[in-house]
Design a protein around this ligand. Structure first.
Ligand SMILES: C[S@@+](CC[C@H](N)C(=O)[O-])C[C@H]1O[C@@H](n2cnc3c(N)ncnc32)[C@H](O)[C@@H]1O
Length: 171
């Protein structure tokens, strides 16, 4: 894990300049499906909070978690977002504390099995897990979330350069 975190700490200054439009396109695709109207959202691997701050307009309580202090710091004004330094593979939150777990272009950095277990644990029953991820890892990660975690796939589609997967925690 040290490698991506270190590089994001260094790249934090240029991240939004380089990826702002690309990431906003992904959020647009997610908002189209309309499952993000909820009270408590957790954005995992939130980076500078580029998308987290926009999610905060749609929810009462938003937490952005990232393992890179550089990315979190670079985000600037936080508005009503609560930023937490932490690891997607071992989330510092109680069971079923969120209506929605979201993660944009970050899951390829996580331990797929551990992060999937954590995503399922922190979302309430009938809550949503919404992930955009690189195409080459999307199918394998979908299978982990469905088979190992029992999540129900509701939507699969394009989110800009990523694949969008939307699941519901059925049990
Ligand atoms: C490509 S950036 C995406 C940032 C943000 N989601 C966005 O759309 O702008 C990937 C982020 O994942 C974070 N990350 C990598 N490994 C992580 C881990 N184990 N737990 C939490 N965040 C992690 C990195 O620090 C980085 O900020």
């Amino acid at each position: 894990m040290a490698e991506p975190v270190d590089s994001y700490n260094v790249d934090a200054r240029s991240y939004e300049t380089l990826y702002r439009e690309e990431q906003l396109d992904k959020l647009k695709a997610v908002l189209k499906i309309g499952r993000l109207l909820c009270e408590r959202i957790l954005d995992v691997g939130c980076g500078t909070g580029l998308l987290t701050k926009r999610l905060a307009k749609r929810a009462d309580f938003v937490v952005g978690l990232d393992v890179s202090i550089g990315m979190i710091r670079h985000g600037g004004r936080k508005g009503k977002v609560n930023f937490v330094l932490g690891d997607a593979n071992c989330l510092p939150f109680r069971d079923e504390g969120f209506d929605c777990y979201a993660s944009f272009t970050a899951f390829h950095h996580f331990n797929g099995t551990k992060a999937a277990k954590e995503a399922t644990r922190v979302v309430r029953k009938r809550g949503h897990v919404i992930i955009t991820l690189f195409r080459m890892v999307a199918q394998a990660q979908q299978e982990v979330l469905e088979r190992e975690e029992g999540l129900k796939l509701l939507t699969k589609g394009d989110a800009g350069k990523d694949i969008l997967l939307v699941f519901m925690r059925a049990r």
